[in-house]
Write a protein that binds this ligand. Structure first.
Ligand code: GDP
Length: 295
């Protein structure tokens, strides 16, 4: 997972720390290496440039009195800027047990939405919530069957319709049913397309306005890199995205996708999923992740 990015970032910091004197050329070389590492990880250029400028500003190495540990300051500054890239500081809505919360999942087709809805439900069920799943994907044949299979596996109630073609009607009916049953975490799976088409975004807007979810989660496939920026921005313009989940972290994850999605939505990554099985799902902590990235 992200091995190349990790190796390159670690090496850049190691070289800087091993230099006899941390002068301007060592700092520049370190930041150039970090730039190259992030660009190869498919992080958009403007975000990399911003990170480098912020590091230069916050480390302020030229104006430090002698005797100050420049290596440590530079390392800490890189660490905190990488954390900021994955967590813009605005916390996501967190469902509370015993109070009804509605969470809507959005993203392109094939991202892993249906799988992740079930994983998110299962994750919370294990922690004592009473989740329920709604299939508001009336576009893709087999979407309801897929959700049903996962829901049955983990014994979570689900709702969907094989006859109603309006996703909003299905979602509202499911919400009514599960609210009556006192389910405290109601998860709405939505449809996708292969790209961010106008019809999909309009469907999401209508669903959002009708169901008024407490949280909209945008899903991004970790292998797509910086193309995530435009995808995330398109969804964000249609619905009020509040958190990001990065899917398929077990595959060819690039890092750029997660960073781009956070930058475009200004929302934190809240979970990652790293495998097809339903328990391959974990809460995301930007600091712990960057610690691992920097070795
Ligand atoms: P949706 O179209 O966004 O609802 O995506 P699906 O949930 O149907 O997932 C698309 C494909 O990706 C399916 O074949 C899933 O089994 C697979 N998939 C989902 N999550 C993961 C993951 O974390 N790792 C891997 N390797 N495959 C996944």
């Amino acid at each position: 997972m992200l091995v190349e990015l990790k190796d390159r970032l670690t090496q850049a910091i190691r070289d800087m720390k091993n230099a006899t004197v941390v002068d301007e050329s060592v700092v520049n070389e370190c930041l150039n290496e970090i730039t190259r590492a992030l660009l190869r990880g498919d992080v958009p250029f403007h975000l990399v440039k911003e990170l480098v400028n912020n590091v230069k500003k916050s480390a302020n190495l030229n104006n430090l009195p002698s005797g100050i540990n420049k290596r440590k300051i530079l390392e800490e500054s890189i660490f905190s800027e990488l954390c900021n890239m994955l967590n813009p500081g605005k916390p996501s809505f967190t469902p509370r047990k015993g109070e009804t919360s509605v969470v809507m999942f959005v993203g392109l087709q094939g991202t892993g939405k249906t799988t992740t809805c079930a994983k998110y439900a299962y994750y919370h069920q294990k922690k004592g919530w009473k989740p329920a799943l709604i299939c508001a994907d009336t576009f893709r044949d087999g979407a309801l069957d897929q959700l049903k299979q996962d829901a049955v596996k983990v014994e979570i109630p689900y709702y969907g319709s094989s006859t109603e073609s309006d996703p909003t009607e299905v979602a509202l009916e499911g919400l009514k049913r599960f609210k009556n049953e006192n389910r405290d975490l109601i998860i709405i799976d939505t449809s996708g397309r292969h790209k961010q088409e106008v019809a999909l975004l309009e469907e999401m807007r209508q669903l959002y306005e009708a169901t008024k979810p407490d949280l909209v989660v945008f899903l991004i496939d970790s292998s797509i890199g910086q193309a995530a920026f435009d995808q995330a921005r398109a969804f964000k313009q249609s619905v009020s995205v509040g958190g990001v989940i990065v899917t398929k972290f077990d595959g060819h994850a690039k890092g750029g996708g997660a960073i781009s999605a956070v930058a475009a939505t200004k929302c934190p990554v809240i979970f990652i999923e790293n495998g097809e099985q339903l328990d391959k799902f974990e809460a995301f902590d930007a600091k712990a992740f960057v610690c691992r990235l920097l070795g």
